[in-house]
Design a protein around this ligand. Sequence first.
Ligand code: SAM
Length: 348
Amino acid sequence: MTALGADLRRGPFRAGERVQLTDPKGRLHTIVLAPGKQFHTHRGHLLHDDLIGRPDGSTVTNTTGVEYLALRPLLPDYVMSMPRGAAVVYPKDAGQIITMADVFPGAVVVEAGVGSGALAMSLLRAVGEEGRLWSFERREDFADIAMANVRLFFGTDHPAWTVTVGDLVERLPGTVEDGTVDRVVLDMLAPWECLDVVHAALAPGGLLICYVATTTQLSRVGEAMRAHGGFTEPSAWESLVRGWHLEGLAVRPEHRMHGHTGFLITTRRLADGVTPPLRKRRPAKGAYGSSGEGEADDDGAPDDDPVSTGETAEEEWTAEDLGERVPSAKRVRRVRRAVTQTSAPPSL
Ligand SMILES: C[S@@+](CC[C@H](N)C(=O)[O-])C[C@H]1O[C@@H](n2cnc3c(N)ncnc32)[C@H](O)[C@@H]1O
């Protein structure tokens, strides 16, 4: 039996699939192949029919003699060029999440929010058809975009995937049986609000990984994990990937790179009735607030600290406050319309 979607990653180009064209200057253009259609630039056009049926890795020439290299997008290419509602988890971070969270074939995974579906694709590949991915997204329009993106990538609805529209805190308890989940991945503004439902859903030893964009979120979710009492000491990191220019004797790092995407933080669910082992080191003076109040108790836990208990005065955590780009309603409507119209599975 062939694994789901594997056929679509091999063989000649087919109508309905996405193809990446590289022009002589290295610029990328992504098109969805359709019989009779043309790809236009200000320097001529080429016929989609010239690509349909040709092998992956072919070149085609347009009406003014410009040559394009045509390749089937890899998962990272697909993610970076697919239509987006929300910002996506970059491939470098998706790789970290799959490996560091030990997402294994057959695993039961909960993900929120699903956003544009980028991380869902990596998670579905990792759990496979024998696993289960429960994705939650509170915006119906984003969920539609994600489902269309994932359907086009796998060529069909993935049998291991369930998308629930609604807030994770409200919908997780009635949707997934308590104590049955191996891994939870949260990519959202306020993951600390979800710790109780995540704790209930996870099996003992199960792992929670959160992806957050700012240090303020990282601090708050880390302290909330500690204060919860049902999780192990969290560990946090970021990854930086620097591309290299490789040409003759000019072998050096690229001048530009993505300086920042997000931070990752993991923790494990303790068995019921187990208290987290004491931290060996006391937090540095001032680590829990500059006023001197809320210093650590003898057990190393901060005392009455609003940040650590997650009871901070109710400031608003909005995408704008955190400096995230927020797509306009008009743009999301346009993307949703475009992507749902082109998500018919390619014919084999
Ligand atoms: C940055 S996006 C996720 C991107 C996604 N991981 C991807 O790779 O495409 C964050 C999403 O979380 C959703 N969200 C935020 N809080 C949520 C909650 N409590 N329950 C469900 N979805 C939530 C937002 O609507 C938004 O679409």
